[in-house]
Write a protein that binds this ligand. Structure first.
Ligand code: G3I
Length: 334
């Protein structure tokens, strides 16, 4: 049959958790089977986020990430690290930290360097090359709120140029790992995209290290597609790697259906096809970092909401939905 990773000319990813990889339940055996058949890149859905690692000053728990890296090495997956810094993943002790701004910034610098160095250690062979298992990191996620800098704790504590500092620290810790900026609505919100591309171009002119841009691509079946090709072209024009990092397609954002209808399943199929097609056509081959899907079964998605949306590629038994056919078609460049 048509396995995604065999069709694509670039890595195809999906998300995992240490719990799922460790579990031998029938469901998780099936999950691991599909993971191996269809994908060759993995991202930790939550386990490598700051809230899950940073226990206190100088105190890091890398155990879940280590389990994922060990599984990846054993089974031949590239790991994309997600995400060093994100305003939605701050441990509560740090949220409540009462030290000075300088102390706060030192904690973050130590965290970034310790985490990147830790995960730089394991190496594997991937596509015939000796590479680090954790090949890349989303250094920072969702800095922009439309065309304004989001007023996150990091911005308040570290200043408007905190993003540049994060990239510099990550590079100090590992000269080779690929460093990504990741955000949503890069396609769909031109003013936000322009703000991000300005930042990236400033990085490039000021020698702030950055290797790639992650376009999350949380779409919906009715999402206006006219901006998609412009967005991908604009991002590719930076010359950086382009990662579609969190693809999924909501079908019930307007709360109009109680089960997936044929019409919306078809619209969803078309969105998956378009996303993949545009990527294959508009991103030069040497900038194609890959497409990562944000989940397997509809019911496991962050969008499932107790059974009211069906955003992904597989049903409850891991059978492919028509959405999968759309993705296959797009990956073929059709
Ligand atoms: O593990 C705990 C569990 O012990 C507890 O009982 C339960 C009660 O709420 O929470 C569980 O943790 C949840 C975790 O997912 C695992 O299911 C967190 O509350 C919940 O906030 C967390 O949501 C994740 C979210 O990021 C926030 O970190 C989603 O799984 C994950 O899919 C989502 O992914 C993000 C990307 O990182 C960035 N881009 C947007 C994307 C979607 O929001």
């Amino acid at each position: 049959t048509e396995n995604l990773k065999d069709i694509a000319d670039f890595p195809i990813g999906n998300i995992v958790s240490a719990n799922r990889l460790a579990s031998t339940s029938a469901t998780n055996q099936k999950f691991k089977e599909v993971l191996s058949q269809e994908f060759n890149s993995i991202t930790a859905e939550n386990d490598m986020k700051m809230a899950n690692i940073f226990r206190g000053p100088g105190d890091y728990d890398f155990s879940d990430g280590d389990a994922i890296v060990a599984y990846a090495k054993e089974n031949g997956f590239r790991v994309h690290g997600h995400t060093l810094v994100w305003h939605q993943s701050i441990p509560s002790w740090l949220q409540n930290f009462e030290g000075t701004d300088e102390e706060f910034e030192n904690l973050i610098e130590d965290y970034v360097k310790a985490t990147v160095s830790h995960f730089a250690q394991e190496k594997m062979s991937f596509n015939g090359e000796e590479v680090p298992v954790v090949a890349s990191w989303d250094v920072v996620n969702e800095v922009w709120d439309g065309s304004s800098l989001r007023n996150s704790l990091f911005r308040q504590r570290m200043g408007d140029d905190y993003t540049a500092k994060l990239f510099t620290w990550a590079r100090d810790a590992d000269p080779d790992v690929r460093l990504f900026y990741n955000d949503y609505n890069i396609a769909g919100e031109p003013s936000k995209r322009n703000a991000i591309l300005n930042m990236v171009n400033n990085f490039k002119s000021n020698n702030v290290p950055i290797d790639g841009i992650g376009m999350q691509m949380h779409l919906n079946h009715n999402w206006p597609v006219d901006d998609l090709s412009t967005a991908i072209q604009d991002v590719a024009a930076t010359g950086l790697l382009v990662h579609v990092s969190e693809l999924d397609v909501k079908v019930n954002y307007d709360d109009q259906i109680s089960q997936l209808t044929e019409e919306r399943a078809q619209a969803q199929e078309e969105q998956y096809q378009r996303a993949a097609y545009n990527y294959t056509q508009l991103v030069p081959a040497d900038q194609q970092y890959g497409i990562t899907i944000w989940g397997f079964r509809d019911q496991d998605s962050w969008l499932y909401e107790g059974g009211s949306d069906w955003a992904l590629l597989y049903d409850e038994d891991f059978n492919t939905k028509v959405a999968h056919r759309g993705l296959v078609t797009g990956l073929r460049g059709e």
